[in-house]
Structure formats: C-alpha cells, structure tokens
Design a binder for this molecule. Sequence first.
Ligand SMILES: Nc1nc2c(ncn2[C@@H]2O[C@H](COP(=O)(O)OP(=O)(O)O)[C@@H](O)[C@H]2O)c(=O)[nH]1
Ligand SMILES: Nc1ncnc2c1ncn2[C@@H]1O[C@H](COP(=O)(O)OP(=O)(O)O)[C@@H](O)[C@H]1O
Length: 208
Amino acid sequence: MKGVLYVVSGPSGVGKTSIIELTLKKVKNIVFSVSCTTRPKRPGEIDGKDYFFVSEPSFMKMVENGEFLEWAVVHSYYYGTLKKFVEEQLENGKNVLLDIDVQGAMTVMKKAGDAVYIFIAPPSFEELKQRLVKRGTEDKTNLERRLEDAKRELSFIPQFEYLIVNENLQESVDQLCSIIVAEQVRVKRALDRLGMHKFFENGGGYVE
Ligand SMILES: Nc1nc2c(ncn2[C@@H]2O[C@H](COP(=O)(O)OP(=O)(O)O)[C@@H](O)[C@H]2O)c(=O)[nH]1
Ligand SMILES: Nc1ncnc2c1ncn2[C@@H]1O[C@H](COP(=O)(O)OP(=O)(O)O)[C@@H](O)[C@H]1O
C-alpha cells in the first residue's frame, strides 16, 4: 500500500468531527473514509458526506458480503468502514483518515498493522458532558449511554500512538496536521513513496 492510513478515535462529543473537518482543509493528499451506519440521520447531516445511512438488513448484507474492513456496534448502532474505498485510495497513493471507535481501531490494528493510531481525549469528563449537552443531538438515554461508553473508551488510550487532548480546537487541529505530515516523512514511508530503494542496493551506500 502506498498511502498512509490514519485512525482517529475518541469518545462521543470530544470534538473528532470538528478537528477532522478543519484538518482536511489544511492537509493535502488526504481523504476521509465515509462510514456506513444504521444510526438515524441527525438534522444537518448529509447522506454520503457524513455517513452512508443504511437500514439494519442492508448493513448485515454488507457484513455477509465482506464489504467492511471493520465494523462494530457503537452506542447501540452498527458502524462499518468500506473496505474497497480504503484499499483503492491507499493503492492510488492517497492517505486515508478513519474516524472510528476503539473496537474498530483494534480490528484495524490486527488487520492492517501499518496505520497511525491517534486518540482524542477531553480535558475532563465534565467538559465532555458539557459539549455533548451543548451539541444538543442526543436525547437523555443516548447522552447517558455515550457518557457511560466514554469511560470504557478512555481505558484504550495506552494502545494508541498519539494522544491529543482537545482543549483548544485550533491547537488540536495543528497537532493532528503535524502528526499527519510527520508520519509521511518517516524514512521507511518516504523511501517507499519516492521509490528510492535503488539508491541503497549496493551494500547500503548511496549510489549516484
Ligand atoms: N467501528 C467503527 N466506528 C465508527 C465508524 N464510523 C463512526 N464510528 C464511531 O462511532 C461513534 C459514534 O459516531 P457518531 O454516531 O457520529 O456520534 P458522535 O461521535 O457523537 O459524533 C464514534 O466513536 C465514531 O468514531 C466505523 O465505520 N466503524
Ligand atoms: N476544543 C473545543 N472546545 C469547545 N467545544 C468544542 C471543542 N471541540 C469541539 N467542540 C464542540 O463540541 C461538540 C462536539 O464536537 P464534535 O466534533 O461533534 O465531536 P465528536 O465528533 O467527537 O462527537 C460540538 O458542539 C463542537 O462544536
């Protein structure tokens, strides 16, 4: 695979969508992987941009057909990453960003291995609650479920490579942009991308 896969996870309401949207405007050569979900569409969300909103039977059919790189039940709904899209983009040298939950991130770790894993955490649990309440997208049951799930999700932090504490949105965006760019110029990846292995063929010396 030629592109780099970036996996972003973090609890509901921490600011993942906000950070990712601003980051995608600043970083070149990266695409967002739009997931499928059975969750009802929120006001303002666009089918095909935020998610592909599908019925539960359609989702299960896609699972059977092996269409997902990973899928999971998150906050009582199904979510899945489209395998074909991710693989094609990576093959074409595009970098791909996933916004998936911690279970999905663990599956990708087992399957894809060479990806970059970034966790976004809130400055405090109270602040997370405030952001979710203020966003106003969840009813009481969903809000409580998401906050309950957040505790378990935070326990996965040590399995990630990068931790962004989203206190200031702009700083978090800068941090994510820096991670994306730095990972692309890692020697191993840069050599792959530039096709420079030939320079090192004769015993490791640089050959003109
Ligand atoms: N495993 C997995 N999780 C996903 C996928 N797409 C989104 N998620 C996660 O599902 C959770 C809920 O997302 P969403 O319903 O948009 O709510 P929000 O996080 O409160 O904005 C978040 O943790 C997302 O990262 C996916 O394709 N696979
Ligand atoms: N650094 C921040 N400070 C204050 N509010 C924030 C910050 N980042 C995001 N928000 C707000 O918090 C809410 C949740 O953000 P969102 O991007 O929807 O989170 P997620 O995608 O992780 O569920 C939104 O109303 C958003 O405007």
